[in-house]
Design a protein around this ligand. Structure first.
Ligand code: GLU
Length: 351
């Protein structure tokens, strides 16, 4: 009798262990549109419309993901990412937080257009509070093109999400077999499949044969260490970007001031320098309570604090390693918490 008891217990334990082992990681795909869901007139045409194919079609195009994960999907929006906006960002951040922290998913894959992928990735890296991985994927060729790159990016993204080594790497993008941390991600080519680079930080890793290999972890604060929370934020502060050039008109800067914007980012020349007429408007704006952040139109290299411009004197903030579009994101989030220029500079130092 005793022998039978041990045997049945053992069988039960074995069955339980087998069930546990057979459970695949639960991955949720949140689709937002972009070229990965784009359709062209023919397989050889370069003209196409972004954001036309639904999430189920995208998943069915890559059935291999079902071998490695329990994959399900939802369609948040279906847009070209040139139409990405604050409302979608707030909705997306809340949804990803819920999926990871309330609904028990092991990772979230976001399909997204490539035009503003870097902005969405950075926004989520500051507003999603989890150690679990979040991966953005897109495509440079529409889903109907010869050699569409979307399916491989999607597969590599899921491979990254299910691998235990991805934990703690925050929000990343997986494009063209490479992995980029959100802060570093930058689109550097309008049409090339190798459009994304990691700027000063380089790529964070790569995917080979269905496995991610990480070269470093993100250095800046994000995810669990981020102080920004948009759970109760209904609208983001208004922040615009002004582009710098020789003989620059001060009109765009003045227009943002007149429209009551809360902050303005300068995509300045060189190390974040102003044209003299623009400087005059910027100084008045800063003195009037509109925070000015200096960034640069130069693709690589930091915009340094107190270099050619005396930030300490004028109370401007230097964007350091953030390009103008990411400096805009951090300034919007910073302005949800404070209007103090020194605290805002501290955020730029840390994030
Ligand atoms: N402009 C579209 C978008 O960003 C298509 C570009 C792309 O996804 O590569 O969604």
């Amino acid at each position: 009798m005793r022998i039978f008891k041990i045997t049945s217990l053992t069988v039960m334990a074995l069955v339980t262990a087998t069930v546990v082992m057979a459970q695949k990681p639960r991955i949720r795909i949140v689709a937002t549109g972009g070229t990965i869901a784009g359709v062209s007139a023919s397989a050889t045409s370069s003209a196409y419309g972004a954001g036309q194919v639904g999430i189920q079609t995208l998943i069915e195009a890559v059935p291999q993901v079902k071998d490695i994960a329990d994959v399900s999907g939802e369609q948040l929006v279906n847009i070209g990412s040139q139409d990405m906006n604050d409302e979608v960002w707030l909705k997306l951040a809340r949804r990803v937080n819920d999926l990871l922290n309330k609904e028990g998913y092991d990772g979230v894959l976001i399909t997204h257009g490539t035009d503003t992928m870097e902005e969405t990735a950075y926004f989520l890296s500051l507003t999603v509070h989890s150690d679990k991985p979040v991966v953005l994927v897109g495509a440079m060729r529409p889903s109907t093109a010869i050699s569409a790159d979307g399916p491989a990016n999607l597969y590599n993204g899921v491979c990254t999400l299910v691998d235990p080594s991805s934990k703690g790497h925050g929000v990343m993008a997986c494009m063209n077999n490479e992995l980029f941390e959100a802060k570093a991600l930058v689109k550097t080519h309008t049409t090339d499949c190798a459009a994304f680079k990691g700027g000063l930080y380089g790529e964070m890793g790569y995917v080979y044969n269905g496995r991610p290999y990480f070269l470093h972890t993100p250095v800046a604060k994000q995810g669990m260490t981020s102080a920004f929370n948009v759970d109760n934020v209904t609208a983001l502060p208004k922040v615009g970007i002004v582009y710098g050039y020789a003989n620059c008109s001060p009109l765009p800067m003045q227009a943002f001031v007149n429209a009551g914007f809360d902050g303005i980012v300068l995509a300045g020349v060189g190390d974040g320098n102003f044209y003299k007429d623009v400087f005059d408007v910027a100084l008045k704006a800063q003195n009037g309570g509109i925070q000015i952040v200096r960034s640069s139109r130069v693709p690589f290299g930091p915009t340094n604090l107190n270099g050619e411009v005396d930030d300490a004197r004028y109370h401007f903030v230097a964007s350091l390693n953030l390009n103008p579009q990411k400096a805009r994101i951090l300034l919007m989030l910073a302005l949800t918490k404070t209007r103090d220029w020194q605290t805002i500079q501290q955020y730029f130092n840390e994030y």
